[in-house]
Design a protein around this ligand. Structure first.
Ligand SMILES: Nc1nc2c(ncn2[C@@H]2O[C@H](COP(=O)(O)OP(=O)(O)OP(=O)(O)O)[C@@H](O)[C@H]2O)c(=O)[nH]1
Ligand SMILES: [Mg+2]
Ligand SMILES: [Zn+2]
Length: 284
């Protein structure tokens, strides 16, 4: 049997990448897999045989992880894309994705796009997130600035771009390789929002790695994280947690809370803490 990686899954049809030959082929799955309840997602490593000239998937190999909405398997790195203008950075969204990434133990980087439009928020994003250990890099998908760094990041990994609609995820991919010809949307000037241009997940092979963008409307539910675990998904809270007076402290209204004290002292960024409280509320 040969090995391949699923680039796209729609209905019963799959697009397979065969790294050995650096070739993509249309494939189907053995009927037995469906009966056994085996689902095949982009990013899955599979084994296949050729029948009548077409690859037939026989087996899905064990996954390292499986991202929720969008369903992508074996993800090595999540890149959260934000833009400086149209739309402006949404810090609540950013903190929510970061919390989910921590929960799933996914490495993350932050890509700030559209630096050709505005510079006001650049400093803030770097100052808030880099001390927490999240690498921040800046791009202009329109002019190609910073795209070299993005390319280097992808090499050898499976990378998923995630971010609100209109931030430029598909434009960034087109900048890596114009042959991919991803549809991009006009941002409505009135709303400062795009119109959900990307609909289907497709991974693209790039330098021994794979990259995909995801539709900006992908619903992100924080309820994948349990309430008790939420504080652990805010990395700067973790060293403080043992200093709270109550072991059951949720860092909300409890007295003697070390997290709240750190917010008062300026050691924890207040807006992150407020976003934590908002997520906590969503989990009630
Ligand atoms: N000025 C400027 N415009 C950009 C940049 N990157 C993307 N755009 C524009 O932003 C709009 C939206 O870009 P898309 O790539 O479709 O955004 P997306 O993140 O893929 O959006 P969805 O697919 O809806 O999630 C398009 O009109 C792009 O031309 C940039 O770096 N600078
Ligand atoms: Mg898109
Ligand atoms: Zn506390």
């Amino acid at each position: 049997m040969d090995n391949g990686i699923v680039l796209r899954a729609s209905g019963g049809e799959f697009l397979l990448w065969v790294p050995k030959e650096n070739e993509t082929q249309k494939a189907v799955a053995r009927g037995r897999l469906k009966k056994e309840g085996v689902k095949i997602h982009p990013g899955d490593h599979v084994q296949f045989v050729i029948e009548d000239g077409q690859p037939v998937v026989e087996k899905v190999l064990d996954r390292k992880n499986l991202l929720f909405r969008p369903r992508v398997a074996n993800v090595d790195l999540l890149i959260i894309v934000a833009s400086l203008e149209s739309p402006p950075p949404d810090y609540f969204y950013l903190d929510k994705v970061l919390a989910l990434a921590e929960w799933f133990q996914l490495p993350v980087k932050i890509c700030v796009n559209k630096i050709d439009l505005d510079g006001k928020e650049m400093k803030k994003i770097k100052e808030v997130y880099e001390p927490l250990g999240y690498q921040v890099f800046f791009t202009s998908a329109l002019h190609g600035e910073g795209v070299e760094e993005l390319k280097k990041t992808v090499s050898g990994k499976t990378v998923v771009l995630i971010g609100l609609t209109g931030v430029g995820k598909s434009t960034l991919l087109n900048n890596i390789n114009p042959e991919w010809e991803l549809a991009t949307g006009e941002v409505s000037r009135k709303l400062g929002r795009g119109r959900h241009t990307t609909k289907q997940i497709q991974l693209f092979p790039w330098e021994n790695g794979l990259i995909t963008d995801t539709p900006g409307f992908s619903q992100l539910k924080i309820n994948l994280v349990s309430r008790e675990s939420l504080p652990f998904t805010f990395v700067e809270f973790i060293p403080l947690l043992e200093n709270c007076r109550f072991t059951s402290c949720m860092h909300n209204k409890e007295p003697g809370c070390a997290v709240k004290k750190a917010v008062e002292d300026g050691a924890v960024y207040r807006e992150r803490y407020e976003n934590y409280l908002r997520l906590l509320k969503e989990l009630e």
